[in-house]
Design a binder for this molecule. Structure first.
Ligand SMILES: Cc1cc2nc3c(=O)[nH]c(=O)nc-3n(C[C@H](O)[C@H](O)[C@H](O)COP(=O)(O)O)c2cc1C
Length: 162
């Protein structure tokens, strides 16, 4: 039975690839944060001011309506994991908001959480501390940041650090 779980949200697969490699390097299980209505490429288009992503960016109340699949909030053997690597993309300087929905839905009691964000240029900023604030409990560690197209060597280096 493994004690480490790598959890990821990924809209465009960069974070997914990184999470898969991290799970392999850490000999951890892998779990996806999946939406009932995933973003289409058009919905994620930040150049379109009417796109879903820009509407949700401008009106935070819309983010609360995002629904996760039932499997997302009931990971198998959740009580067995003591270490969680929480991987997410940066959107407009903060964690992609489906990550917050997941964090609020889960009980983090007895778990050490290491946030790992992926981005194009931004640093981790306040994204990890905002996730910690959204959680009711858990031992939240300072987060890490990887470039969206991090190499296997860079991911391996992070895995040995955490
Ligand atoms: C809506 C949106 C907003 C983004 N905002 C930022 C940002 O503020 N800073 C940044 O460096 N990258 C930003 N990016 C790039 C993503 O953080 C980066 O490509 C990430 O690795 C995507 O992960 P994914 O492919 O798993 O969804 C943004 C991407 C999207 C779709």
């Amino acid at each position: 039975m493994k004690d480490t779980l790598v959890i990821y949200y990924s809209a465009e697969n960069h974070t997914k690839k990184i999470a898969e490699i991290l799970a392999d390097k850490l000999n951890a299980d892998l779990h996806e944060i999946a939406l009932k209505s995933p973003y289409t490429p058009e919905e994620l288009d930040w150049n379109d001011e009417d796109s879903r992503i820009n509407q949700e960016h401008d009106d935070e109340s819309l983010r609360e309506k995002i629904e996760l699949t039932p499997e997302t909030t009931s990971p198998a053997n959740w009580e067995n994991y003591t270490k969680i690597i929480l991987c997410y993309p940066i959107w407009y300087g903060i964690a992609a908001w489906p990550t917050d929905i997941f964090v609020k839905a889960m009980d983090w009691q007895g778990k050490t959480i290491i946030p790992v964000c992926t981005s194009h240029t931004s640093g981790i900023g306040q994204s990890a501390s905002l996730l910690q604030a959204a959680a009711t409990n858990g031992d939240w560690q300072p987060g890490e940041r990887l470039f969206q197209d991090a190499t296997e060597e860079e991911i391996a280096a992070l895995a040995s650090k955490i």
